[in-house]
Design a protein around this ligand. Structure first.
Ligand SMILES: [Zn+2]
Length: 678
C-alpha cells in the first residue's frame, strides 16, 4: 500500500524532473519497499530543486523524512568532492565509506568486508555449531543445506570475485560450511580441526543429491557462477530501467514499470557485457576452468540472460566437472557407491522430515546413513571377525548391513519396503494379498516358493505378482562400474526365478528392487510409473486435487525412506550387539568409540546444550547407557528387554515433537508382529 501511495506523487514525479525530455538525465529515484533511494548527480539538488520537490511530494502523502535515518553516500574519491558536498541538502548524515542498500553493502572494500563479517559471517559462525550438532541429524542436514547455505549465496552474488577482500571472505565461508558438514558426519568434531573432510568426501558432498552428493554448495566454486549470473540479470534490469526513464515524459498516462519494458538481448551484449572488462575476464576464466567451447561465449551469455535460473545454469558446468573428475580418479568401488546414491538415492538427502514416513528421527542414527553414503567408516563397526557368522566385518558396514545372514534385520528391511509398495498398490485401487503361496503351488504342489504379494485385479482376469528385494551394489565393487548393475542383475534373477512359472497360469510377474544406497532398478521405476498413473485416477487424489509430481514424490519418498529407516535401525541393533559382546570380552574396560561417543553426546546434550535437546531424551539415553554398561550382556532376555526400554523411552520422549515415531523395535519375529508394532 505504501508503495502504491508514493508511486505517483513522489517516485514518478521526481523521475520526470530528473529525466527531462530534451536534456541530460540526472539519475533516478527508486523505492525498495519503504526505502526511497536517490541515485543522482549532486547538481540535481541545486539545478532542479530536487529536495524541495521531494518534500512537497511527502507533504501530499502526509509523510515527512526521518532525518536521523537518512544518509548520503559521497565517496572521497569522487571528482569535485568539496563542490558536491556543498550541493546536497543540509542536515543529513554523510557516509564516505559506504551505505547499505537492500541488505547489501555499497562502498569501499573495507566497508564491504566489515559489513559481511559483522552480519553474515557472525550469524553463520553462531548458527553452525547450534544447528549441526542437533541430535536429529536429518533435520540438521536439511537446515544446513536449505537455510545456512542459501544465506551465503546472497553474499556470493554481490561480492566481486576480483575484489581484494573477496578471497578472505570466501575462505571464511568455505571453512564454516566444511565445519558444518563435519559436525553432521562426526559429532565429536572440534572447531579447530576438521579431520574427516578429505577431498573425496568434499567433492561428493558438493554434488547435488540426485548425482549422489549431499547438495552442499562449495562457496569457492559457486562464487563466479553466482556473480556472473547476477551481472547478467542486473544488466538486464539496468537497461530496462534506463529505457523506462527515457520514456517517462512521453507516456504520461501510463504507469512506468521497468520490469515490463522491452530491451533487446543484443543491447545487453553490446552495452553492458562486451565492454565490461571484469565480467569478460571472469567469464573467460570460468570458460577455461570448465572447458567450455571457445566460440560459444555469446551464445552462453544469451542463454544466461534467457534462463530463469542463470546461476544454476552456470553452476551446472561446475557439477559436470566435479562429477567427471571424480569418475576418472576414484576406485571402481567408490564409483559404484556413488552410482547407487544417484537418482532415488538422493531422496535420503532431499526428503524433509515433516512427516513420520519421511524421517529418520532417532537421535544420531541418520549419521550412519550419511557416513555410508560418503564411504566413511561406520562408528562402532570395527573391522574383525563377525561374532554371529564366520564372516569378516568391514568398517564400512557392508558385512553387517548386507552380508551377515544371522539375525532378521535384513528380512525386516525387506518387509518394510514390501509394505510400502503394498500400500501404494492398495492406494492405486489394487486388491493385494501378502505372501500367498497359492499361485506358486499351482505350478508345483510341493513348491515352497512364494512371491511377496499378489494384486488380483491388475488387468481383468490377470493377476500381478510382486517380489521385492534390497540389494547391495558393493558386491560388484571390484568389477568395472556400471550404474545400476546391482539392481538390474537382481531384477533379472527374480524374473528368471518366477516369471516363467507364473506365466503358465496367466499371472504377470514384477520385481521391485532397491539398492542399499537408495537407487531403484529400471523395471521398478516403470511399474512405479504405472502405479502412480492408477493412483492419479483414484477419487482420493482427485478430491485433494494433487498434481502427479506431488503424488509421485510422496510415494517415491515413502518407499525409499522405508528402506533407509529399517536398514538404519537394523544396523544400529547389530552394532549394539557387537559392541556389547566385545565389551563383555574385555571386562567392561571398553574403549569403544560408539559408547564413548554416545556417552559424550548424552553428557554434552545435558550440560552445555540443554536448549538443543528438544527430543528430551537425554536422560533416558544416558540412563540406558549406564544400564547397559553395568549389565551382563550374556543374558539375552534382559538384553532384548533393555533395547526395548531404549526404544520405547525414545518414542515416548520423541512423541513430544510433532512428526516423530520409531517404526519397529528389535527382532520382530514376523511381519504380523511388525504390523502391530507400527
Ligand atoms: Zn556375520
Amino acid at each position: 500500500m505504501f508503495n502504491i501511495a508514493i508511486h505517483s506523487p513522489i517516485i514518478k514525479r521526481l523521475n520526470k524532473i530528473l529525466n527531462p525530455t530534451n536534456g541530460p538525465s540526472y539519475g533516478c529515484v527508486i523505492a525498495l519497499h519503504d526505502d526511497i533511494n536517490f541515485l543522482v548527480q549532486p547538481e540535481a539538488f541545486s539545478k532542479l530543486d530536487l529536495w524541495n520537490e521531494f518534500n512537497l511530494g511527502l507533504l501530499e502523502c502526509g509523510l515527512e523524512t526521518n532525518m536521523t535515518k537518512s544518509k548520503f553516500y559521497l565517496p572521497l574519491t569522487m571528482p569535485n568532492y568539496e563542490n558536491a558536498l556543498s550541493l546536497i541538502p543540509q542536515g543529513i548524515g554523510i557516509n564516505n565509506d559506504g551505505v547499505k542498500l537492500a541488505g547489501s553493502p555499497i562502498g569501499t572494500p573495507e566497508f564491504c568486508f566489515n559489513f559481511w563479517e559483522s552480519t553474515l559471517i557472525q550469524e553463520i559462525s553462531h548458527a553452525i555449531p547450534l544447528v549441526c550438532t542437533w541430535p536429529n541429524v536429518q533435520a540438521a542436514l536439511c537446515l544446513l543445506r536449505l537455510c545456512i547455505c542459501t544465506k551465503f549465496n546472497h553474499c556470493l552474488r554481490l561480492t566481486d570475485p576480483t575484489a581484494e577482500y573477496s578471497s578472505k571472505l570466501i575462505d571464511r565461508l568455505h571453512y564454516l560450511v566444511q565445519l558444518g558438514l563435519s559436525y553432521v558426519i562426526d559429532y565429536n568434531t572440534s572447531p579447530d580441526a576438521i579431520i574427516e573432510i578429505s577431498d573425496n568426501v568434499w567433492d561428493q558432498s558438493t554434488l547435488p543429491p540426485k548425482k549422489g552428493g549431499l547438495g552442499i554448495p562449495d562457496p569457492k566454486k559457486m562464487h563466479i557462477p553466482a556473480y556472473l549470473a547476477t551481472c547478467v540479470a542486473s544488466s538486464m534490469s539496468m537497461l530496462r530501467l534506463k529505457e523506462a526513464m527515457r520514456s517517462i515524459n512521453d507516456k504520461s498516462d501510463q504507469c512506468i514499470d521497468s520490469q515490463r519494458t522491452e530491451v533487446s538481448l543484443n543491447e545487453l551484449l553490446i552495452c553492458n557485457l562486451r565492454e565490461n572488462t571484469t565480467v569478460q575476464e571472469l567469464f573467460s576464466k570460468f570458460k577455461n576452468t570448465y572447458n567450455i567451447q571457445k566460440d560459444s561465449s555469446e551464445l552462453i551469455f544469451k542463454k544466461i540472460a534467457m534462463d530463469d535460473k542463470p546461476q544454476a545454469f552456470l553452476y551446472s558446468f561446475v557439477i559436470v566437472d566435479i562429477d567427471s573428475r571424480i569418475r576418472s580418479v576414484w576406485s571402481s568401488e567408490d564409483v559404484t557407491r556413488l552410482d547407487s546414491c544417484c537418482y532415488e538415492g538422493g531422496i535420503l538427502i532431499t526428503s524433509l522430515p515433516i512427516k513420520k514416513e519421511f524421517s529418520i528421527p532417532s537421535p544420531h542414527l541418520f549419521r550412519e546413513r550419511i557416513r555410508m553414503r560418503l564411504g566413511l567408516s561406520i562408528k562402532g563397526c570395527n573391522a574383525g571377525p563377525c561374532l554371529d557368522c564366520n564372516g569378516h566385518v568391514d568398517e564400512n558396514g557392508y558385512h553387517l548391513l548386507s552380508v551377515c545372514k544371522i539375525g532378521n534385520e535384513r528380512q525386516c528391511t525387506h518387509n518394510a519396503v514390501r509394505d510400502a509398495v503394498v500400500e501404494l498398490c492398495r492406494y492405486a485401487g489394487l486388491v493385494t494379498r501378502i505372501e500367498d503361496p497359492n499361485l506358486n503351488k499351482l505350478a508345483n504342489i510341493k513348491s515352497k516358493r512364494r512371491t511377496d504379494f499378489v494384486c488380483d485385479n491388475f488387468l481383468p482376469g490377470v493377476p500381478l505378482t510382486f517380489d521385492v528385494a534390497v540389494t547391495d551394489p558393493r558386491q560388484f565393487a571390484l568389477i568395472k562400474p556400471q550404474p545400476g548393475k546391482a539392481s538390474i542383475t537382481k531384477e533379472k534373477s527374480k524374473i528368471n526365478k518366477y516369471e516363467k512359472e507364473l506365466s503358465k497360469f496367466g499371472a504377470l510377474f514384477q520385481p521391485f528392487v532397491l539398492e542399499s544406497f537408495g537407487r531403484w532398478g529400471p523395471l521398478s521405476r516403470l511399474i512405479f510409473k504405472e502405479l502412480i498413473s492408477r493412483a492419479m485416477a483414484t477419487s482420493a487424489t482427485h478430491s485433494l486435487s494433487l498434481s502427479r509430481p506431488v503424488v509421485a514424490h510422496y510415494w517415491r519418498t515413502k518407499i525409499t525412506l522405508a528402506m533407509h529407516r529399517q536398514a538404519n535401525l537394523g544396523m544400529y541393533q547389530r552394532i549394539q550387539r557387537r559392541l556389547k559382546s566385545e565389551m563383555n570380552k574385555s571386562n567392561n574396560n571398553s574403549e569403544d568409540i560408539i559408547f564413548q561417543q554416545h556417552k559424550q553426546m548424552a553428557e554434552n546434550t545435558t550440560s552445555s546444550q540443554a536448549d538443543l535437546s528438544i527430543d528430551g531424551n537425554t536422560t533416558s539415553r544416558s540412563s540406558f547407557l549406564k544400564r547397559t554398561i553395568s549389565k551382563t550382556p550374556t543374558d539375552q532376555a534382559e538384553n532384548t528387554a533393555s533395547s526395548r526400554v531404549l526404544l520405547s523411552s525414545n518414542s515416548q520422549a520423541l512423541s513430544t515433537s510433532p512428526s516423530v515415531q520409531i517404526s519397529s523395535p528389535t527382532r520382530c519375529k514376523n511381519s504380523v508382529s511388525r504390523h502391530k508394532l507400527i
